[in-house]
Design a protein around this ligand. Structure first.
Ligand code: PHE
Length: 343
């Protein structure tokens, strides 16, 4: 009986000591373990003593001892968890508490988005994409395209000439029609191609115009190509890009096409923006076009008696601004990621 009481006292004593054991570091957790849970710890000592008991006493002390053991183990486990520097799910090797990867995936520039859209519409009717140099010689940018020697477009005001010998002969291309020339010189009809790219003009920079911009030009040369092919092709493009809309052709002039036209699409005037864009007429000019001048074909060694063709060209920047309601062209080139990410 005496022994029984001593055992119970001892259990109570250890219980309260373990409860008050101050654990404030990993080292103290280990101290706790050694004192109570190790082979030579106080708990095992009690279990050894317990083995000497018999009968009903053994049962009661055993119950108390097991409760004490659970109690001490839970103090130990809680402390271990609290001071563990390991993340909770360390078994997977992934630390979910770390900040997420801040590397952002880039986004396509709005001009690229619109260019790709235009290209894919024409691709679907058999046009391939071609490219050429941005520094051009006089022949490809002007002469082959039937620009007379004294044409104002060659004027210093419009063209950025490049300091390269022979002087005055090289310039930053003013349109991608130069690629049309290169293509006609090197391939045989039928030619059905699209020429996207950056072009340069010496113009004052403002919210509406820039000294460089982007164009897509198209060229189709084969036997018996006529103006109705041009109209139908462009009509198809408009219906795919802008949806079903009225279009109209106005006579115009380009040295390299005859006849030449400008094409407008009908936006209407019902919104304030459409009214402003169309200057109250409802019509917005979208592109220039025409039948390739026989002189241009001749310059490129294509027989104008046998072949004819049409060409067109449009500014991607303007269409992008129209599509996304961008008011200042300069925003497209400030490379502000917050702006560019929106598209
Ligand atoms: N090259 C013309 C321009 O830059 C556009 C155009 C291309 C017009 C083809 C007619 C035919 O304005």
């Amino acid at each position: 009986m005496n022994y029984f009481c001593t055992m119970l006292d001892r259990i109570e004593e250890i219980k309260s000591k373990a409860k008050n054991f101050s654990i404030n570091s990993k080292e103290q957790i280990e101290e706790f373990r050694l004192k109570y849970l190790s082979k030579k710890g106080e708990l095992n000592e009690l279990f050894d003593a317990f083995k000497l008991l018999a009968g009903a006493e053994k049962k009661e002390i055993g119950r108390q001892l097991n409760l004490l053991k659970q109690n001490i183990e839970s103090i130990y486990n809680e402390a271990k968890e609290k001071f563990s520097s390991e993340p909770k799910n360390s078994t997977t090797g992934i630390d979910l508490s770390l900040p997420v990867n801040a590397n952002k995936i880039g986004s396509l520039h709005p001009i690229s988005i619109v260019r790709n859209e235009i290209l894919s519409i024409f691709e679907s009717i058999g046009f391939v994409t071609e490219s050429g140099p941005e520094i051009e010689d006089d022949w490809h940018n002007f002469s082959a395209l039937n620009f007379p020697e004294n044409h104002p477009a060659r004027d210093m005001q419009d063209t950025f000439f490049v300091e390269k010998e022979p002087k005055g002969n090289f310039a930053l291309r003013t349109h991608t029609s130069s690629v049309q020339v290169r293509l006609m010189e090197t391939s045989k009809p039928p030619i059905r191609a699209l020429m996207p790219g950056r072009v340069y003009r010496n113009e004052a920079v403002s919210s509406r115009s820039n000294c460089f911009f982007h164009q897509v030009e198209g060229l189709y040369i084969d036997e018996n190509v006529n103006f109705s092919d041009l109209k139908q092709t462009l009509y198809y493009f408009v219906s795919q890009f802008f949806g079903e809309r009225d279009i109209r052709f106005r006579p115009s002039y380009f040295p390299f096409t005859e006849p030449s036209a400008e094409m407008d699409i009908y936006l209407g005037t019902s919104t304030e923006q459409d009214y402003r864009l169309t200057k109250g007429t409802g019509w917005l000019e979208i592109l220039g076009c025409g039948m390739v001048d026989p002189n241009v074909l001749k310059n490129c060694k294509i027989d104008p008696e046998k072949y004819s063709g049409f060409a067109f060209g449009m500014g991607i920047d303007r269409i992008t601004m129209l599509k996304y309601g961008i008011k200042d062209i300069r925003q497209l080139f400030e490379n502000d990621i917050r702006f560019l990410e929106q598209f």
